[in-house]
Every structure is written in C-alpha cells, then in structure tokens.
Design a binder for this molecule. Structure first.
Ligand SMILES: [Zn+2]
Length: 353
C-alpha cells in the first residue's frame, strides 16, 4: 500500500513538472542561423555606437574649442577628428568590428564641424596610415601614439597619410587648441552623465532621452563646467564622480525638506554653479541657451521627486534649477545686447577664475 502511494505521488509530480513546460510545438532553429543573427546584432551595436560617438563628438567639440581660454593648462592641440579601432571593443565583438569597418589600425569615426580636419576634407571612415612620414602603429597603443605624435608638433601643422576606398592621400592638418576633456559614450540605459575631472561620460539613455543636439549640449555644458571649475574632489558627491541626476535613483519615500530660501548645502552649491557656468560655456560655443529650462522641466516630469527641495539631495530642486537657468539666460542675453564678454560673474571675494 505504502509503495503504491509513493508511485502515485511521483506520478502526480511528473504531471506537475510537465505542466510547467511550454505546450506549443515551435519551429526548429538552425544553430548557424542563431550564430549569424548574433553576429549581425553585434554589428548593429557597433554601428549604433559609432553613430552615438559621432553625435557626441559633434556636440562636445565646439564647446571645448570655444572655452579653451577658460581651461587653464588642461588644453590640447588637436585637428578635430576622433579615431577608434577594433580594440576599443570586447574580444567577442572583434568580428563584428571588422564587418563595421574597424580594423587593427585607426579609423576616423567622427570629424567635428568647422575643425581643421573638416576643412581639410577628412571624413568618417578614413583610415590613418602614417604621421609625419612614419607608419602609425596598430592595436591598443595606436590612439595614444597618434595623440603623442600630434602633441609633439606643439601646434605646428602635421602631415598625415589617410586611406579611403583603397586610395592614399596626404593631408597637412592645422591644429586647434581645445579643453583637454575627452567625452565617452557609455552603453547604459540609465539617463545620466558625469564628469570626473579629466573628461565626461554620457549614457546612451541620456542620448535617446534628449533628441536634439541643443538639448544634449545643455547637459554636456554642465559636466564640462564641473571640470573647468575644478569641482571634482571638492565634495560634489560622495563618489568622486559628478553624476548629473541623483533624482533618477531618488527615494520616493523620504520626507521633502522645503528650505528654498536657505543657503544650499555645499554639494548643491557646486551643482548650481555647474548649471550657471555650463550655460555660459554653451552660449560661448553658439548653442541656444533657451533650451536649458526646457531640458530641466523634462527631467522633472520624468522624475517628480526632484521637484521638492531636499537637504540630502546632491542637486538643487528642479524648480530652483529652472529659475536659475532662466535668470542666467537673461544675464547672458543682456551681455550680448551690450556687446560685453560672455564670462560668468565672480563673487567679489574671488581673486581669480
Ligand atoms: Zn553636476
């Protein structure tokens, strides 16, 4: 009797297990087809990355160029193009990189508008073959070698050999002084950007959220301002990296703390300064400053916790940011109307910028 009971139990368990599996008979998949699709998807990822990198370079470069005089010693002399090769991607993306046109040597993936490289006719897809008559190295060191050889010219025009569609051509490029703050696209659906003192990082999530270049320039200006003002390491946030929006990770539970009239906590004061100086930086680069308030209103609607002022937030509240940016835009327009230099105002006690 007992044995029969156990068999019955096993039988009922088997029914239960089998009822968890799908009941539809689906088409067979050829392993080759899955592998082929995997490679195609990886190629699409790389092509999307190249489009994103080109867009970010196009937006960031004019801001870095227009503000070189505010960047002190953190400057570089560059022709204005961006290069990558297949070693910029994980090893399982190497085949896809080759299909997307990236090899062992460096390929031009972006040319900044109005840069010396653009004026000389350098274009996306050109391969860099030689610098000053010497063949350029390949592999992981190639980009550093190219930058070092260009810097060694100390601003003098530099002779580069490019290859396009199997045809080589020599180009003598001027260089331009820009703030030395490389911008990196991070594949991350979170809507965010950050500065680390040396450069800036923009997520693909933010790039999708802000569809227009003028809107993205507002955020880029904020991050560059952190670097220009030397905020990193001064307590901008607790990780040494100035993320743009703490409110996207904000706690819905906490108690809002409305003290708008009080002095901002130090971290929030630095963030407010990055908003203020950042608007000047993009104005000096010719970007429309009216986009700024719109951008921060959109962020507020996406993350309503940012609307209330909170002492424990790393950023000022959204309404405070919007009002301050509007005031700053008025200040900049007034200076434009009077033909005054577009420079951020300093506290009377501040000795130097
Ligand atoms: Zn910030």
């Amino acid at each position: 009797m007992r044995r029969v009971g156990i068999l019955r139990l096993l039988a009922s368990m088997m029914v239960a297990v089998s009822s968890c599996a799908p009941v539809s008979r689906m088409p067979d998949m050829a392993p080759d087809a899955v592998r082929s699709e995997r490679d195609s998807l990886r190629q699409l990822v790389i092509e999307q990355h190249l489009d994103d990198a080109e867009r970010l370079h196009r937006i960031v470069y004019p801001i870095l160029a227009a503000n070189a005089s505010l960047c002190g010693t953190r400057i570089a002399r560059v022709p204005g193009f961006l290069v990558e090769n297949r070693f910029d991607f994980p090893s399982d993306y190497h085949a896809a990189s080759l299909s997307a046109g990236l090899g062992d040597g460096l390929s031009v993936v972006a040319v900044a508008p109005d840069s010396p490289a653009a004026r000389a006719g350098v274009a996306r897809g050109d391969r860099v073959i030689a610098v000053a008559g010497t063949p350029l190295s390949t592999g992981t060191r190639a980009r550093r070698d190219l930058a070092e050889q260009i810097n060694a010219g100390n601003g003098a025009p530099i002779a580069l050999e490019f290859e396009r569609d199997g045809v080589q051509r020599s180009v003598t490029l001027q260089t331009q002084t820009i703030c030395d703050m490389p911008a990196i696209v991070e594949v991350n659906e979170a809507i965010n950007a950050s500065a680390n003192g040396r450069g800036l990082i923009v997520t693909t999530g933010l790039m999708r959220f802000l569809g227009s270049d003028a809107e993205l320039a507002v955020v880029v200006g904020h991050e560059i301002a952190h670097n220009v003002q030397g905020h990193i390491g001064l307590g901008v946030n607790n990780q040494g990296v100035a993320a743009l929006f703490d409110f996207f990770n904000a706690r819905w539970g906490g108690k809002p703390d409305d003290r708008d009239s009080e002095k901002l906590p130090i971290g929030q004061a630095y963030e407010a300064e990055a908003d203020y100086v950042g608007l000047y930086l993009i104005a000096r680069a010719g970007y429309p400053i009216s986009a700024a308030a719109t951008v921060y209103r959109r962020f507020a609607v996406s993350a309503p916790t940012s609307i209330a002022a909170r002492r424990d937030s790393t950023h000022p509240s959204s309404p405070a940011r919007v009002v301050m940016l509007d005031e700053t835009a008025r200040e900049i327009e007034a200076k434009r109307a009077q033909d005054l230099p577009l420079l951020p105002e300093l506290n009377k006690t501040t000795k130097s910028h």
